[in-house]
Design a protein around this ligand. Structure first.
Ligand SMILES: Nc1ncnc2c1ncn2[C@@H]1O[C@H](COP(=O)(O)OP(=O)(O)O)[C@@H](O)[C@H]1O
Ligand SMILES: [Mg+2]
Length: 449
């Protein structure tokens, strides 16, 4: 370990943290550790000061606004948190060139809100990591005006916590990304959250193993001709969905009509067709499905809002105490004639209270539903985490309500989009971006309100 510079810590702080006073102390920022001369001063305040050499050795960009904790067992003084947001590339700096609903807009917004945060927060890509010296090229957004700004790059320590914002399954499957992820996860003090996309079949099996969740799950099988045949006998409508799909793409909806099966394929345009048997249906959709894994699911008779299907989207996040909470809840309403409410497939957002009032009228009933929704989210997140061995800091839950008022879990997303342009107040939007950072601080061992 490198030895550099000097750190001067007040007597008060030494006592508060229980620091063992020796000539040298190990100071850690993210994955960087440096031994430094320790001096105790007597100003009576709970502060500390680093010499310029130490600041440089730790690649600190700011010497104020960092929190401090002591890892007593290892006698390490930890300054931080250092939070790295992993992406696959750094977007264009000019916001007017960017779709406000894109991931790029999210990254810029995240970087802006992170400034009011204790510690150091930066965006990085796998190629920016220097494994040889535990540093990483990080980017922070500097805003000049509402639409213009620039990314400033600097060398930081590999972070305490990685918030994975890899934006697609194909990016996630790249070797460079897989390699970086595995190596980061193996680092001794590093925490990594939202590590991967979820697979619908996988999630269904995990949820189905929890008896308390059975009543919330639509009947779901792997797509095979036999399963399809059985499901066609049991249900009037079916949803056939790619296990690794998202954005409503690749879904096939089937409805029975007088012994005939009408289907709609949701791709850029909707394609319609007919079949007389499961075998024919399999055959006719084969080319479209390709070699993707599919599930077949009971079609829910969802309640409607002004004639249109809708579902609830819940942004479920962990806070600075590591506890789950609902950050945002809204309804996504399918476009006319469509059964799919994804915003990217033409769905629109409406406040949930407005839609639920329309559906239930009675305010006690709405409160009961909301309570049930909270409980369902909690069970789903808990079940996912105990089974998965992965850490999640945010989830997007798609919940449907059927005509009998029953709740169903349609899908769980591990990388929910959090657009900066919504019907919600700016304060709510800001808090949904800040909360994962608060959770990251918690994972790093620092408490943040
Ligand atoms: N079993 C179902 N019954 C009724 N509607 C469904 C069903 N499954 C999906 N949908 C509709 O299709 C949308 C997309 O399905 P989802 O499973 O969330 O896949 P994606 O990953 O593409 O978002 C849902 O938000 C809902 O509007
Ligand atoms: Mg969905």
């Amino acid at each position: 370990m490198k030895t550099a510079g000097k750190i001067s810590i007040s007597h008060t702080l030494v006592q508060k943290l229980g620091i063992v006073v020796e000539p040298l102390i190990t100071v850690r920022v993210g994955a960087l550790m440096v031994k430094s001369r320790l001096q105790v001063h007597d100003t009576g305040r709970g502060n500390y000061m680093l010499s310029p050499e130490l600041i440089q050795a730790l690649h600190l960009k700011k010497s104020k606004g960092l929190k401090v904790r002591y890892q007593a067992e290892e006698k390490i003084l930890h300054l931080g948190p250092t939070i790295g947001i992993m992406a696959t590339y750094i977007p264009s700096p000019n916001r007017y060139e960017i779709d406000p609903r894109s991931l790029h807009a999210e990254l810029i917004y995240l970087s802006i809100v992170s400034k009011s945060f204790p510690g150091q927060v930066y965006v990085f890509t796998p190629s920016g990591i220097n494994w040889a010296n535990n540093t990483c090229r990080g980017y922070v957004y500097h805003q000049f005006s509402a639409t213009r700004g620039k990314w400033e790059s600097a060398l930081y320590p590999i972070p305490d916590v990685v918030y994975d914002r890899i934006h697609s399954r194909s990016a996630e499957a790249r070797n460079s990304v897989k390699y970086a992820k595995i190596r980061l996860m193996q680092m001794p003090y590093l925490n990594y959250f939202n590590p991967h996309y979820l697979n619908k079949w996988n999630v269904h099996q995990i949820m189905a193993a929890n008896p308390r969740l059975t009543e919330y799950l639509p009947d779901t099988r792997e797509l095979t001709q036999d399963n399809l045949e059985e499901m066609l006998r049991k249900y009037h409508t079916l949803f056939i969905k790619p296990s690794n799909g998202s954005l409503g793409k690749g879904i096939i909806k089937v409805s029975s009509h007088r012994g005939q099966f009408n289907y709609v394929i949701y791709r850029n345009r909707r394609l319609r067709g007919q079949a007389r048997s499961a075998a024919e249906l399999m055959n006719k959709t084969k080319k479209f499905r390709g070699d993707r894994h599919y599930i077949v699911q009971q079609g829910l008779e969802l309640i409607k809002y002004r004639g249109a299907s809708f579902d609830l989207r819940i942004i479920y996040q962990k806070n600075g105490r590591g506890e789950w909470q609902i950050s945002k809840k809204f309804c996504r309403i399918a476009p006319r004639g469509s059964s799919i409410s994804n915003l990217s497939s033409g769905g629109r957002v409406e406040k949930s209270l407005k839609v639920l009032q329309h559906a239930f009228e009675n305010s006690n009933l709405i409160e009961t539903k909301n309570e049930q929704i909270r409980l369902l989210c909690k069970m789903v997140a808990g079940t996912l985490e105990t089974d998965n061995n992965s850490t999640f800091g945010e989830l997007g839950m798609d919940i449907g309500i059927d005509r009998n008022g029953r709740l169903y879990l349609i899908e769980v997303n591990s990388k929910p989009r959090k657009t900066t342009e919504t019907v919600f107040s700016p304060a709510i939007v800001r808090s949904t971006f800040k909360r994962p950072l608060a959770y990251a601080s918690y994972l790093a061992g620092f408490k943040i309100k």
